[in-house]
Ligand binder design. Structure first.
Ligand SMILES: Cc1cc2nc3c(=O)[nH]c(=O)nc-3n(C[C@H](O)[C@H](O)[C@H](O)COP(=O)(O)OP(=O)(O)OC[C@H]3O[C@@H](n4cnc5c(N)ncnc54)[C@H](O)[C@@H]3O)c2cc1C
Length: 407
C-alpha cells in the first residue's frame, strides 16, 4: 500500500456515529477535506430501529452544534430541560436543580438519538469537502511518519496526516493499533423505552436511585418521556422477558404517578453497561475521540457531551494548525489534544463511576449518609450552581466553539 496511497484528505474519520458525524460536520463547516468511513449503510444508520435512546444535550454541546450548523436540524425535536430532581427512591429528600438559578435558558435538551443522527448526516451531506463511505470497512491501515494510509474493502485508498478514531467502545482499529483498554462491566443493563403520559411533564427530568439501579425519566417533545433504567443484571433478563402490561407495571412503579396514566410508546431497548478506558488518547497520527477514548456509565447523561468536547477540541486543534500551515496530526498537535482532554475524561469517569457505586449500596448507614448529602447540596446554593454549570457543560477549559465562538 505504500507505493500509491490514493486520495488525499486533511482528516480521515473512522466511525460515523454521533461523534464521527459531529467531527465531520465541524471540520467540513470550515472547508476542511474529510473522509468518513462508517461500516453501517447510511440508510440503516438513520432508520428508526437502529437506536431508541435519547440524549441529554448540555448547553455547551448545543452551542457547539449550533456553531457547526447542525442545531437548526435538531431544534424542532429538542425538549428543553427546565428542572432536574434527584431523589433516593421515593424519599422526600431531594436535590432540585432549577434552571432559573443559573440564567434564563434551559439546563439542556432531550433529543432522540435518531433525530441527532439525521440532522448531523444532513449537515454532513451538504458539505462539499466531506466524503462519506457508508458502508465502508478498512481492510489495511498504515500509519507513517507523514500520513496514515488506508485501504477500504471496496478497494478505495486514501491518506491523511490525521486519522480520528470514532468507532465507539469496541473499536477494532484501536485494538489493531495495539492501544490497550481497561474495561469492566457494571453488572447492570440499561433498559430504555418511551412512555406517553396523561399530564405534561413541564420540562422536569427526574433521577431516582433504587438499590437495584438508578432510574431516570427524561422529558421528550409531546406528552412523552424516555426512561433509562440501569437495572441489576440479576433482574434485567426477567424484566425484559415480561409481557408489555407487566413490564409497564414495573416501570410505572419507579416512574411515579404524578403524570397520570402511562402507555408504552415504542419498543424496549437494552444496553449492557460497562466502563471502557483506552490507555491513550493518541498514538502516531491517530487521535481517539468519544466512546473510542472512553465510554462511561449513562447515570449522569454525559457520555456524548464529553465526546463532543473531544470533537470540539480536536477540530479546534486541527483548524488552528492548518491555518498556520502546520501539520494537523504531528506529535505536537496530538499531545495538545491529549493533554487538553485527559482531565475532563478522567474526572467524568470518576464521578459517574462513584455515583453509581455510592447509590448501589443499600447498607443503612450509607443510605443515611446519602440522604444527608442530598439535603446538604440542596441547602448550599453555590454548590448546587457549581454542579449545574458542570452538567450544562459551561465550565472548564472549553474549546471556543462551545463558548459560542467560530471554530
Ligand atoms: C442507555 C444509554 C443512555 C445514554 N444517554 C446519554 C445522554 O443522555 N447524554 C449523553 O451525553 N450521553 C449518553 N449516552 C452515551 C452516548 O450514547 C455515547 O457516548 C455516544 O453514543 C458515543 O458516540 P460515538 O459516536 O463516540 O460512539 P458510537 O455511538 O458507538 O458510534 C461508533 C460508530 O462507529 C461505527 N464503527 C465501529 N467500528 C467501525 C469500523 N471498524 N469501521 C467503520 N465504522 C465503525 C459504528 O457502526 C458506529 O456508527 C448514553 C449511553 C447509553 C448506553
Amino acid at each position: 500500500m505504500t507505493s500509491s496511497c490514493g486520495d488525499d484528505f486533511e482528516v480521515i474519520i473512522l466511525g460515523g456515529g454521533m461523534s464521527g458525524l459531529a467531527l465531520a460536520a465541524a471540520l467540513g463547516s470550515v472547508g476542511r477535506s474529510v473522509l468518513v468511513v462508517e461500516r453501517v449503510p447510511i440508510d440503516r444508520l438513520l432508520a428508526a430501529p437502529h437506536d431508541g435512546r435519547v440524549t441529554a444535550v448540555a448547553q455547551g454541546s448545543m452551542r457547539f452544534l449550533h456553531t457547526i450548523g447542525a442545531w437548526a436540524g435538531i431544534a424542532a425535536s429538542a425538549e428543553p430541560i427546565l428542572d432536574i430532581v434527584v431523589r433516593e427512591g421515593f424519599s422526600p429528600i431531594e436535590i432540585h436543580y432549577d434552571h432559573r438559578a443559573v440564567g434564563s435558558g434551559p439546563l439542556g435538551y432531550i433529543v432522540e438519538n435518531r433525530a441527532i443522527r439525521a440532522a448531523l448526516a444532513t449537515r454532513v451531506g451538504a458539505l462539499p469537502s466531506v466524503v462519506m463511505e457508508a458502508p465502508g470497512e478498512v481492510e489495511a491501515l498504515e500509519p507513517g511518519p507523514a500520513r496514515v494510509c488506508i485501504q477500504l474493502s471496496n478497494g478505495r485508498r486514501a491518506r491523511a496526516p490525521l486519522l480520528a478514531l470514532c468507532e465507539g467502545r469496541q473499536s477494532a482499529t484501536r485494538k489493531r493499533l495495539g492501544i490497550g483498554v481497561r474495561e469492566w462491566r457494571y453488572g447492570q443493563t440499561g433498559i430504555v423505552c418511551t412512555l406517553a403520559h396523561q399530564r405534561e411533564h413541564q420540562g422536569v427530568a427526574v433521577e431516582r436511585f433504587f438499590p437495584d439501579g438508578p432510574f431516570a425519566r427524561l422529558p421528550m417533545t409531546g406528552d412523552r418521556s424516555s426512561i433509562v433504567w440501569a437495572l441489576d443484571d440479576r433482574l434485567s433478563g426477567a424484566v425484559l422477558a415480561l409481557d408489555d402490561s407487566s413490564f409497564l407495571g414495573e416501570v410505572a412503579e419507579r416512574f411515579g404517578d404524578d403524570l397520570g396514566a402511562l402507555e408504552l410508546a415504542g419498543p424496549r431497548w437494552h444496553y449492557p453497561l460497562s466502563l471502557v478506558l483506552a490507555d491513550k488518547y493518541a498514538v502516531e497520527r491517530v487521535a481517539l475521540v468519544g466512546d473510542a477514548a472512553r465510554g462511561i456509565h449513562p447515570i449522569a447523561g454525559q457520555g456524548w457531551n464529553l465526546a463532543l468536547r473531544d470533537v470540539a477540541a480536536l477540530a479546534e486543534t486541527v483548524c488552528d494548525r492548518l491555518r498556520l500551515g502546520l501539520d494537523p496530526g504531528d506529535g505536537i498537535a496530538l499531545e495538545r489534544y491529549a493533554a487538553w482532554r485527559r482531565f475532563d475524561g478522567a474526572a467524568l469517569v470518576a464521578v459517574t463511576d462513584g455515583i453509581n457505586r455510592l447509590f448501589a449500596n443499600d447498607a443503612f448507614p450509607l443510605r443515611l449518609a446519602r440522604q444527608a448529602g442530598l439535603a446538604a447540596v440542596e441547602r448550599i446554593a453555590p454548590l448546587k450552581r457549581f454542579f449545574m454549570q458542570h452538567a450544562m457543560g459551561l465550565v472548564g477549559d472549553l474549546p471556543r466553539a462551545m463558548r459560542g465562538q467560530p471554530l
